[in-house]
Write a protein that binds this ligand. Sequence first.
Ligand code: NAP
Length: 342
Amino acid sequence: MTFTNTRVKLASRPVGLPQPANLDIETIEMPPLTEGQVLVKLNFISLDPAMRGWMNEGKSYIRPIQLGEVFRAGSAGQVVESQNPAFAVGDYVTGNLGVQQYAVVGAGATDPSSPEYLLKVDTSIAPLEAYLATLGMPGLTAYFGLLDTGQPKEGETVVVSGAAGAVGSVVGQIAKLKGCHVVGIAGDQAKVDYCVNELGFDACINYKTEDVNKALRAACPKGIDVYFDNVGGEILDVALAQLRFKARVVICGAISQYNNTTPVKGPSNYLSLLVNRARMEGIIVFDNAANYGTAAREMAGWIHEGKLRSPKVHVEHGIENFLPALLKLFSGENFGKLVLAP
Ligand SMILES: NC(=O)c1ccc[n+]([C@@H]2O[C@H](COP(=O)([O-])OP(=O)(O)OC[C@H]3O[C@@H](n4cnc5c(N)ncnc54)[C@H](OP(=O)(O)O)[C@@H]3O)[C@@H](O)[C@H]2O)c1
């Protein structure tokens, strides 16, 4: 059988918000598989704020996407042809499969240390898209970032920004599981209500309509023990000023800064770290790859026991809509883990 693949490549590096001219969308006939290869049809492509950073040139925690290269993405799909005995037609898998409709994966498919590695997932435990959300990269970011770096203790106050998002919604729920007082910060009333009424946060602040400084003081009368930062900028600065003695600040992301056309400004309240003998530490989920399985199994158990809600997933459709869908992350129009069904 022959397959036609539409895929998205990086054509040029954006300045500020990415534009359609920064991407090439092309359609090709897929060549027949050779021995050892697997053909995967992508059902869901993970859209992540980090994709914006991967479009930039320069040193980061991962090499930039090269011009002319298929856009990097974590994806979930189903094997439709296989010349590799480890994979059967019909298997559900996740992997680094790119922004495209079909992916050919070579001999690295069975090697966990290879970028081609395909993880078989069980859709009787959770729907396929959950493996890009709570049981995938964002959930693992929340798990390791909060538990290993934030180290929340029962009775402490945990504040998380980007609270209703893929990472933030899991951070807040795990902090509740650990017996913490949990306060979220989000930019939309429906998201605020979701955090409090459905995820069980103790409070959530709308940073677009409230004075965050005042609202945080009211919601965290003892101050902040753990601040899990997804947004950076002014909100980070406000949170720093309200830290408690020996607080931990987890720098997970800074989405408010990713499309800056001027250099990122550091927080002016950083001396609060000195006064409070507090620490601020950056995290990258990939550093925990050896322990993904254990963490995902524990979170799947929590979902099964009703202690962690199944992820809220926001699906956009059509490979040609990759860019407008991605930009929803920066306008806040996504509600839950954003994926593209190509
Ligand atoms: N370090 C790691 O290994 C790692 C791994 C995964 C993700 N991350 C980071 O984690 C953060 C959250 O990622 P996610 O996948 O969970 O995304 P998400 O929260 O599901 O979606 C992004 C959200 O960010 C908020 N936002 C956008 N612009 C903002 C601004 N200027 N100020 C404040 N909030 C803004 C919007 O929510 P509102 O409507 O609430 O504004 C938007 O819905 C990102 O910074 C990402 O880079 C880091």
